[in-house]
Every structure is written in C-alpha cells, then in structure tokens.
Design a protein around this ligand. Structure first.
Ligand code: GLY
Ligand code: MN
Ligand code: MN
Length: 448
C-alpha cells in the first residue's frame, strides 16, 4: 500500500489523541507451534493499519507535537519526531538464519518514521518518551506482559517527580479510536478486499471442480490452499470444508471425512491479501447435482441472503439485514412444514433458532470478524459508505432433529458474501463466486 495512506492514518491518529498525549502500539508476538517451530507471523492489525510495518518485535509510539531533538525553538511547521518506532536492528548473522530485516535505516527510509530505535533499547528509551506526557493511549488487556511493562515504564517516570518531571495521569483506551478509523474503508482498502475476494472466488471454483465422491475433505481444502498460495495469500482463517453432517457443525475444521455421493459440501474459506480478509461460503452437492430437498433448502437460504443484502444502504441500520433474513428463513421453514404456526409469532419467538443459530454477518476488514461498534448510543448503527460486512444466512438440519422427516437430515447450507456499502446502496465484492443452483451445477460440470 502507498506510504501516503499510512501517513494519512498517522496524521489522523495524532490529531485524535491531541497534544500532551502518547499512543503506544505494539505489534503481535511470535507464537511457538511446537519446539523450535513458530506459527507463521502475522502483525497485529491495529499496528499494521497505522504503520504498514510487517516485522515482529516492533512497537510504534506517537507523540503529537514532539520536537525533534527537543529543540523548543523549532517552529510548528518544522516539528518532527512525532512518530517513533522501535524495531530489530540489522544483524547479518541472524539474517542468514531467519531472513532479512529492515533495520534502523530501512525503517527510517522506507516507512518515513521520524525516529527509529533498536527494540533492545525499549525499556531504556520508552519511559523518557512518557516524561511530561499527561495522557497515555494504549489498548490494554490483549498482552499481559506488555501491560506489565507499560506500568513499569510509567513507574520509572513517577520516580523522577522530584526532578520536576511529570508522569502520565490518564490512561485511555486506544482500540476504540483506531477501530473507528478501520471501520470505514478507503478506496485502496476496498480495492485490496475486492482483489482478495477475486482470489477466493477462483479458489471456490477450483474446489467445486475438484469435488467428487470418494475423496477426502482435505483434498478439496488443498485446492483452496493451492489457489491462495499461488496468489501469495494465506487463508484469512482456518477453512471450513464440511460434508454431509459436518456441514451442520458451524465451526467444523477437522476437514478429514470422505465425501459421499448425495451429500452436500459446505466450504467457508477466504484468502487474506496484504492483511485484508475475504470471507466466502458456498454449499454445493458432492456429485454435482442438488437433490430436490437440498435444492429447496438452498433456495430458501439464497432468498434470505438476497433479501438481506438488499437492505444494505446508507441510513439503514446494522440489524435490518438480519431481521429480513430471519423472516425469509422462517417463512421458508413454514412453507415446507419444518415450522408450524403464525409467521410473525414464530419470528418473535425465534423459532428459527433450531435451524439458524447464528447472526447474519459481521464487519470485514483486516480481521475477518473486523472491528467497529455495532451499536452506538444504545441503537443499532447505521450503515455508512465505505463499511464492509458479510451477509451469511444459513439453515442447518442435523440428523435426528426433533420432529423433522429423515429426507431433510444432514442438510447444512450457508451462503456468505462480502458487501461494500456504497453511496446509494451496496456492491457485492465476492460476486465472482458462483451462487445460484444453475451457476454452481454448470461450473461443477467443467472438470479440472
Ligand atoms: N468464516 C467465519 C465467519 O463466517 O464468520
Ligand atoms: Mn463470516
Ligand atoms: Mn465465513
């Protein structure tokens, strides 16, 4: 992403916290998988959003109005030193073992940081940055050991009270400020999510075409991963590849059962591009042709999804797509006799919960379940241009479901797309993924 975009975000952050404040943003810590083997490193989303910096062991500090070299004679227009980064130093030996590092010079030049210090000097230098700062902005509670270090740094400043140095007096949550910024996506961010969706669409099509009775769920997952990796993307979250009864387990990730002729396969998978997620679900028949019962359930879910998507436009509120989806799902269940009674009463009593037990979507962005409030001032939040969300209704009819004829058993269907709120309505970013019964059956006829 263009450095200008990061500079803009940094400027907004500096403005939001104001003078006499400091914001401290550490990136994620590396996690051990098992002895000597780490999980692939993924930067913390807030840190990455503000800095664009990808290396572990990094901490960004923003101090509005801080003068370069503390020269108080400098004019405001010449002020520098507001953005400080701690990162790993270049180390030729370590770089031979573990890969390249930006080092102090790379971070300064490539990321336009005002002042870069080695991470090894964090405990020594960071407390000096907090001297005479009134307010500290920090996202507490995510990293216990970092929380503790921050308290130690503050105590170090407090000990200097008799020399006339003031220690921070107020502690503010930083996440809310950054999360509100992240909720509204810029054109560049939308472009990346759209591209991630296009890669995911290719992956879903490849999976549809590789699918056949007798192979394992993980063999289909391999097709998804092949497409993701071929485009330089990790999966944004662990792919769900659930056939038959496994399609009714909402967070199924074992992905090891044999695909059976006559079953459905539910795939919930999305590529992550440049730290932005896509999140797409499709449900299709293992043998390429929906059975009459599968088709009936599929069409109900599809109708619910299309009706829910239509509710997305600036001015409408967050819960409208969900309210619409549950109404259409309940009506469908009533029509086929899986629910009985009055439509409005069934909706009010949430009778659909037996077959639809999750909500209809979430914000999408750098995190798959992205940040941003869903309610403001006690009311559901209104949609605004630039928000991105998923719409993902489903119906899950487990075997032995109470009062349900056997012909419906093990039909688990979810349909999920990624939607941008536009000036007047919506844009389906994941529209390249086949979705109607006809589209899917045609795509599946084309063998790999
Ligand atoms: N893939 C996670 C979700 O759909 O929310
Ligand atoms: Mn989702
Ligand atoms: Mn999903």
């Amino acid at each position: 992403m263009n450095i200008r975009e990061y500079k803009k975000r940094q400027k907004n952050l500096l403005k939001a916290i104001g003078l006499n404040s400091a914001a401290i943003i550490p990136t994620a810590t590396e996690k051990t998988r098992n002895r000597d083997a780490d999980f692939p490193f993924r930067p913390d989303s807030d840190f990455r959003y503000i800095t664009g910096f990808n290396e572990p062991e990094s901490v960004a500090v923003f101090i509005p109005g801080r003068l370069s070299g503390q020269k108080t004679s400098q004019k405001a227009s010449q002020r520098k030193g507001q953005y400080v980064l701690f990162c790993r130093e270049s180390d030729p030996l370590m770089e031979i073992w573990n890969g390249r590092r930006e080092g102090i010079e790379g971070a300064t030049n490539n990321y336009q940081v005002d002042e870069v210090f080695p991470i090894s000097q964090l405990d020594e230098i960071l407390p000096t940055l907090l001297e005479n700062v009134e307010r500290v902005y920090y996202s507490i509670g995510y990293d216990e050991s970092f929380d503790k270090r921050l308290m130690e740094w503050v105590n170090k400043v407090r000990k200097k009270a008799r020399t006339g140095i003031l220690a921070p007096q107020e502690f503010h949550s930083l996440d809310h400020i950054i999360h509100e910024m992240r909720l509204i996506k810029s054109d560049t961010e939308v472009k990346i999510i759209r591209e991630a969706c296009k890669i995911s669409a290719k992956a879903h099509i490849k999976a549809m075409q590789a699918c056949k009775p007798g192979i394992r769920e993980y063999a289909v997952e391999a097709e998804l991963n092949h497409t993701f990796t071929a485009h330089g993307c990790p999966a944004a979250y662990t792919s769900i590849v659930g056939s038959g009864e496994n399609g009714c387990i909402l967070h199924y990730t074992e992905n090891n059962a044999v695909l059976k002729d006559g079953d459905l396969l539910l795939i919930d998978a999305g590529a992550e591009l440049d730290c932005y997620a896509s999140d797409i679900t499709r449900t299709f028949p293992v043998n390429g042709k929906y059975s009459p019962e599968q088709k009936i359930i599929y069409e109900i879910v599809l109708a619910a999804q299309l009706a829910a998507i239509k509710k997305i436009k600036p001015g409408n509120h967050w819960n409208q797509p969900h309210e619409t989806a549950v109404k259409v799902l309940t009506k469908g269940l009533l029509d086929i006799g899986l629910l009985k009674g009055d439509l409005n009463k069934l909706v009010k009593d949430q009778a659909y919960n037996q077959f639809y037990m999750h909500r209809t979507g979430h914000w999408l962005g750098m995190d798959v379940h992205d940040v941003g409030d869903y309610r403001t001032k006690g009311k559901w939040r209104k949609f605004e241009q630039g928000m991105v969300l998923t719409v993902e209704p489903g119906l899950y009819i487990a075997a032995n479901a109470k009062g349900v004829a056997k012909k419906w058993w093990d039909i688990g269907v979810r349909i999920e797309d990624d939607i941008l709120v536009t000036k007047t309505g919506y844009d389906i970013l994941s529209k390249d993924t086949p979705k109607t019964v006809d589209e899917i059956e045609i795509v599946m006829q084309k063998m790999l």
